[in-house]
Design a binder for this molecule. Structure first.
Ligand SMILES: [Zn+2]
Length: 185
């Protein structure tokens, strides 16, 4: 079953004339957009982001903020997009800062819900780096809310996945979380 044929049938099902000129190349374009961009995450392995470096001395929080991203919601296959902030407190291992953005791409370029992207990012950080704590805060606008007449045109959804000492209710983890929230304001 090729994507091209499926999209061609879909065009008919929604009431289009698949033979009109503007749509002739559409099935092939959609296939390329799906496989090379929107859903390329299915063919990527998060493990490839984790070429780690040893660091005995580094124990400050590492934060990459305002990482722009796009994803597609699994409920409507419509885009949601915004920015993510990813932080971790290293124990012994660190990775190149750009790899945090790569990691976000691996998970966001699939059918997703916003909460799961944050959860998968922090889980991968905990698994591969064994940091003291990991956090992923995401702010995104969902076209399935904006385009479907739900009447929430300007709403932005915020989700926060925290792991390790970022969850502490007092002490150093609490202080780290407060610092993180201040830094991403
Ligand atoms: Zn949706």
């Amino acid at each position: 079953m090729s994507i091209d044929n499926l999209i061609s049938d879909l065009l008919v099902a929604i009431g289009e004339d698949r033979d009109r000129e503007g749509l002739l190349e559409t099935p092939a374009r959609v296939r390329k957009a799906y496989l090379n961009e929107l859903f390329i995450g299915y063919s990527q392995d998060p493990a490839d982001c984790f070429k780690t470096f040893d660091s005995d001395t580094y124990d400050q929080m590492v934060l990459l903020k305002d990482i722009e991203f796009c994803s597609c919601c699994e409920h409507h296959m419509l885009p949601f997009f915004g920015k993510a902030h990813i932080a971790y407190i290293p124990d012994k291992k660190i990775i190149g800062i750009s790899k945090l953005a790569r990691l976000l791409e691996v998970f966001s370029r699939r059918l997703q819900i916003q909460e799961r992207i944050g959860e998968q990012v922090t889980s991968a950080l905990m698994e591969y780096l064994q940091p003291i704590g990991a956090a992923c805060i995401i702010e995104a606008a969902h076209l399935c809310m904006r385009m479907r007449g739900v009447g929430k045109q300007n709403s932005v959804m915020v989700t926060s996945s925290l792991k390790g000492n970022f969850l502490q209710k007092s002490g150093s983890g609490y202080a780290a979380r407060e610092e993180l929230m201040r830094l991403i304001k």
